[in-house]
Write a protein that binds this ligand. Sequence first.
Ligand SMILES: Nc1ncnc2c1ncn2[C@@H]1O[C@H](COP(=O)(O)OP(=O)(O)OP(=O)(O)O)[C@@H](O)[C@H]1O
Length: 327
Amino acid sequence: MESVNTTPTTEAPAIRLQGLRKTFGSIVAVDGIDLTIKAGEVVALLGPNGAGKSTTIDLALGFATPTAGSATLFGGDPREAITAGRVGAMLQGGALLPDLTVRQTVTLIAAAHRHPLPVHEALERAKVADIAKQKVNKLSGGQLQRARFAVAIVSNPDLIFLDEPTAAMDVETRRTFWQSMREFTDAGRTVVFATHYLDEADAYADRIVMMAGGRVVADGTPAEVKAVVSGRRIRASFDFEWTPEAEAELYELPGVRSVDRRGDVLTIVSDESDAALRTLLSHHADVYDIEVTAHSMDDAFMALTAGADDRSASSTVRDAALIGDRS
Ligand SMILES: Nc1ncnc2c1ncn2[C@@H]1O[C@H](COP(=O)(O)OP(=O)(O)OP(=O)(O)O)[C@@H](O)[C@H]1O
């Protein structure tokens, strides 16, 4: 009788980067990154231009050799995972053959894999079934991105890397793209995507890894990253006379961090926004058009990536909160 090994195995992380570093001459593109991404996580890689996002993805895929450190996928060499069809990628500038149709392109890639999705399924999932007969060189920028997504998923990968996948997509196409991504990840697949659209990261990622100057400056859930910039913003129009005394009084409101005035609009940032608003209204019952908003991902991005080039950036949200507090 054949023996069956029923011992449970601990699944290796989808991605493990250890002490990862890459230099190009005197340029330090990636400056010592330690990152573990578990299977099933949807991770957004954020950071300003030149932060090292694309280089990190290239290193994780084994497309570039690290100057120091290591990158593994599912506990092994990235090239093994790629050969096994476990990894799909949509990279910046990844070219497709111009004279093939979308269907021919996806069919060609499917043939190179052992356990591909049926071609019609990949076309439907990427929402390109309607343009399957169109030649690649006749596609618009947004259509081309969707075709490249079909190519990335046809191997039926467990892990997918997307480098600025929605660049060149209009608002509606972006929405449709993320809907198909969400359907695709419902099956527990791991996704790492780099983007400049902070709203996308906020809406679709479980985890945000923010990079600046080749380092990780924040790593946490979208809510944790946004919480780095503490307080809420109260904005209101006012009619009262703006005097030094009136301004000083506003600084006495509970939890106030800042007071700003533009024309007849007042902005107060407070850690105790409910109490601050109540007190404000008790002193100035006539303020109107009141808005209370949480800080946005844009605010967190600005606070976390500012001054990263001085290489003093920290590596966790907790530490990064200090950067936010000081700014
Ligand atoms: N092949 C290369 N040769 C020389 N320098 C490079 C190379 N690739 C990247 N760099 C440099 O490494 C740094 C990081 O670049 P990278 O493309 O990884 O950043 P990024 O965060 O993806 O930026 P973007 O948002 O603009 O795509 C930059 O200073 C870039 O100029």
